[in-house]
Design a protein around this ligand. Structure first.
Ligand SMILES: C[S@@+](CC[C@H](N)C(=O)[O-])C[C@H]1O[C@@H](n2cnc3c(N)ncnc32)[C@H](O)[C@@H]1O
Length: 315
């Protein structure tokens, strides 16, 4: 893992200011491989990725039919992970002879490389262009605008319930909205909650694979494995699973020029994974200024996919 100066500053500020290590750093460097393992488990174990994939396959015709795509579609895979979740869409575009370009967008160069490789292995003719961007930092309309210069349309994808990992949903969604024209679409996939099943939800986060993943950043800044435990809790007020490091002893930290200590008993938030209800998803998207074109859930009501477009206000 290698952090830029800006990322180091953000990390120090987040730890000292709110006792949190932003999860996004866990995907950098070797973290991409750790995420790939979790993603595989979520697929095999019937988790988020498999629920999402099945729903996407079932409703793919509806999603694709709304695109006016004579000049092709740019598939902007926001927070691409290993790229597998977009396969049903790429396959459908190929089957329907719709020209497309795969544009993964991620904070992690290693995730981008993996997604581009996986897409190239499965769909060898695909043209890809990776964008290394931290989407929390602002809108990226310069890039989305350039992509459409040849008359193509943009379809943004925000899959894998990534929306649930962010403390400030409005900020993230506003950045996406401000990177879209009123002709572009975005498909968002989120895990829904069933409060009766909360116990099952937290147990999905147990185990070494998740531990290796969420502790990546703390390892990087020199908190050894022996000095901490992992705590997984359900936060009822915010409807989210939270993973924390609990320190078993005092630890000295050095990030860039900054040295400070973390003390025995201190807890550091490493990950949040918010679960939604249908009405909350619809409300959050509408508050940010999106209109809903399509909204669908699987039969178990455990997963939701929605296709939205920025609302164009008339003046
Ligand atoms: C939960 S994973 C989901 C991956 C994939 N979409 C899936 O469904 O399996 C989140 C992805 O978003 C990326 N990511 C997280 N925060 C980000 C940020 N602020 N800017 C850009 N990418 C980010 C991570 O590197 C990772 O690839």
């Amino acid at each position: 893992m290698n952090l830029t100066k800006r990322q180091e500053a953000e990390l120090v500020t987040a730890i000292q200011g709110r006792g949190e290590v932003p999860l996004k750093f866990a995907y950098l460097g070797e973290g991409a491989g750790n995420w790939d393992k979790i993603s595989g488990q979520r697929e095999e174990g019937g988790g988020i990725n498999s629920a999402e994939g099945k729903l996407l396959e079932k409703r793919i015709d509806d999603f694709i039919s709304t695109l006016s795509s004579e000049k092709g579609v740019n598939i902007i895979d926001i927070g691409c992970g290993n790229g597998y979740p977009v396969f049903p869409i790429l396959k459908k575009l190929l089957d329907n002879n719709i020209k497309f370009k795969y544009v993964p967008l991620d904070i992690s160069q290693e995730m981008l490389d993996l997604a581009i490789k996986n897409v190239a292995d499965e769909f060898p003719e695909t043209e890809s262009e990776g964008l290394q961007i931290d989407f929390e930092l602002g809108q990226f309309s310069d890039i989305t605008y350039d992509l459409k210069k040849d008359g193509s349309v943009n379809l943004m994808l925000f899959l894998g319930s990534t929306l649930g990992n962010h403390s400030d949903l409005n900020r993230v969604l506003s950045n996406f909205r401000d990177s879209m024209s009123s002709k572009d679409y975005m498909i968002v996939g989120v895990e829904l909650t069933n409060l009766v099943k909360v116990q099952n939800i937290t147990s999905h986060y147990e185990g070494e694979v998740v531990e290796d993943f969420v502790f990546n950043t703390l390892n990087y800044i020199g908190v050894p494995k022996e000095s901490r435990d992992m705590e997984i809790t359900w936060n009822n007020a915010d409807n989210q699973v939270e993973i924390r490091a609990v320190l078993k002893e005092d630890v000295s930290i050095k990030i860039a020029d900054e040295s400070f200590a973390l003390f025995k008993g201190e807890k550091i938030l490493l990950s949040r994974s918010k679960k939604f209800s249908e009405s909350v998803v619809a409300q959050v998207l509408s508050d940010v200024g999106f209109r809903t074109e399509l909204l669908t859930t699987n039969e178990e009501r455990g997963y939701l996919l929605t296709m939205v477009q920025p609302t164009r206000y008339s003046i």
